[in-house]
Design a protein around this ligand. Structure first.
Ligand code: NAG
Ligand code: NAG
Ligand code: NAG
Length: 169
């Protein structure tokens, strides 16, 4: 009996001691760093657009870069090929495999490399209703080329919506 209790207390103490308190500190530090790094130095959040969650933002905007300490900014989530991003997160909020290309002016959300643009989405591979080989322009922007007309392609996407769910974002 005693040894059962001993075992219990020993494991209890071990589990308390083993709490990764340092990881919490690290996570906070990372959050602070990314927020410092992610807003460009010349970025100013418009007056009245500061937020701690998306509930603080007006319709159509989402809260970006809020931490427990510092307020974020209400901005638009942008689909691939939409312009006006300041942060990668604005693109990623709409499509996980996209990023903000700040080299272009205005900055534009682009598909990550290895993804191909079509209908404001980033595809893992070009769908059946497009040529299997994407074309890449001189900026490295890769896109799929339809082999049927737009109407037929959109119909196909509607019909196979469920099957296509993981084909793009
Ligand atoms: C929050 O602010 C306090 C003091 O203002 C600072 O010591 C702490 O490092 C900050 N933490 C984060 C996650 O920014
Ligand atoms: C946070 O940034 C500082 C310098 O800006 C750097 O020294 C530190 O390693 C960074 N921490 C993390 C967790 O990235
Ligand atoms: C991306 O958007 C621009 C307008 O900003 C448009 O001219 C262009 O055709 C779009 N690219 C594609 C591949 O649809």
């Amino acid at each position: 009996m005693i040894s059962v209790w001993m075992t219990f207390f020993t494991s209890l103490i071990i589990s308390i001691v083993a709490q990764p308190w340092y990881q919490i500190t690290q996570a906070e530090e990372t959050a602070t760093n990314t927020s410092l790094l992610q807003f460009p130095p010349d970025f100013k959040c418009e007056a009245g657009k500061e937020c701690s969650t998306t509930l603080d933002c007006s319709t159509g905007l989402s809260c970006f870069q809020a931490t427990s300490n510092s307020s974020g900014c209400c901005l638009k989530a942008l689909k691939p090929n939409e312009t006006g991003c300041f942060l990668d997160d604005q693109c990623k909020r709409a499509c996980e495999s996209s990023h903000c290309d700040k080299i272009q002016s205005p900055a534009r959300c682009l598909c990550d490399s290895g993804r191909h643009f079509l209908f404001n989405k980033c595809w893992k591979k070009c769908p059946e209703f497009a040529l299997s080989e994407p074309i890449t322009d001189e900026k490295g922007f890769s896109r799929c080329v339809l082999k049927v007309d737009t109407g037929a392609a959109l119909n196909y996407m509607r019909r196979f919506r469920r099957q296509l769910r993981s084909a793009f974002c």
